[in-house]
Design a protein around this ligand. Structure first.
Ligand SMILES: NC(=O)c1ccc[n+]([C@@H]2O[C@H](COP(=O)([O-])OP(=O)(O)OC[C@H]3O[C@@H](n4cnc5c(N)ncnc54)[C@H](OP(=O)(O)O)[C@@H]3O)[C@@H](O)[C@H]2O)c1
Length: 266
């Protein structure tokens, strides 16, 4: 099969685990050189070695996306190594849940620090290089929680909603200068992020590898939005009949309560 991203440079944040790791592998398989960004050095180095053993090229870059200085240094490291950046996947994220009765401002700040400011900081760091070449692609990892917000995900939903809205503005502002923006809305994906959630059998977790394939396809096709797995019906229902939508989420046990947490509050 022809490698469809041959010669491109892709940056993936949160590449040490879950969706980011699967995406880095999928991008490398399509011929992209991949910069692997996250805090866990050993995991990044192991992934870089694995990609190299398959004939790909990967650059591990240790970075905390909440730190402006470190993100700036990371962007310089990628540009020094490869001289360009074609794709940034702002994927690093944390799942901060808190029932309203217990939610604090610190919970919101912790979520916004990574999910919103961390993603935007990375985009702003790599944008000048894309602007200079009038070409590039920003991919933001949102969630289906912003379409179907559920308890007790307040801090997580708030930050991802802000990110999604800003990404939609960016999409319109950047298109005329040759830069595309894709927002990805995953459902429940089988990664360490949600290992603590109990899932109803009607809503099984999807594999990060399948999602990664869909994201790569969306990048290649320049799609503005990816919803995977497709749960649009629930979204439409909730928009038109919110009371019925809320009831269904409860009845089908689709909320994101960690094991035992609901009982503790009752
Ligand atoms: N899994 C799901 O069901 C699901 C659903 C919807 C959306 N998402 C989104 O998908 C993205 C990836 O999640 P995942 O499920 O793959 O989770 P994961 O396995 O826990 O991976 C999270 C990644 O984010 C990185 N990260 C966290 N804080 C960071 C920081 N301060 N600086 C740099 N990197 C940081 C982690 O790396 P280090 O710890 O090494 O820094 C890790 O690589 C997240 O944005 C998440 O919100 C996930």
């Amino acid at each position: 099969m022809k490698a469809r991203l041959q010669g491109r440079v892709a940056v993936v944040t949160g590449a040490s685990s879950g969706i980011g790791r699967a995406l880095a592998r999928a991008l490398a398989q399509e011929g992209a050189r991949v910069a692997l960004l996250a805090r866990r050095r050993l995991d990044l180095e192991a992934l870089a070695a694995e990609i190299a053993s398959r004939g790909g090229e990967a650059l591990p870059v240790v970075v905390d996306v909440t730190c402006q200085e470190e993100v700036h240094r990371a962007s310089e490291a990628v540009l020094d190594a490869w001289g360009r950046v074609d794709i940034l996947v702002a994927n690093a994220g944390v799942y901060v849940q808190a029932p309203l009765a217990e939610m604090t401002i610190e919970d919101l700040e912790r979520s916004f620090a990574v999910n919103f400011y961390g993603s935007v900081r990375c985009a702003l760091a790599f944008l000048p290089a894309m602007r200079a070449r009038h070409s590039g692609h920003l991919v933001f990892m949102s969630t289906q929680d912003v379409m179907i917000p559920i308890p007790p995900d307040g801090p997580y939903v708030a930050a991802k909603s802000a990110l999604t809205s800003l990404a939609q503005v960016m999409r319109q502002e950047l298109r005329p200068v040759g830069i595309r923006v894709t927002v990805v809305h995953p459902g429940r994906i089988d990664t360490p992020l949600i290992a603590h959630l109990r899932m109803p059998s009607i809503s099984p977790k999807a594999s990060p590898e399948r999602l990664a394939c869909e994201v790569v396809r969306s990048i290649i096709r320049g799609r503005r939005r990816l919803i995977y797995p497709a749960t649009g019906y629930l979204y439409v229902l909730r928009e038109i009949l919110p009371a019925l939508g809320d009831w269904l989420i409860g009845a089908l046990k689709l909320s994101g309560w960690p094991v035992g947490a609901r009982e503790r509050l009752d």
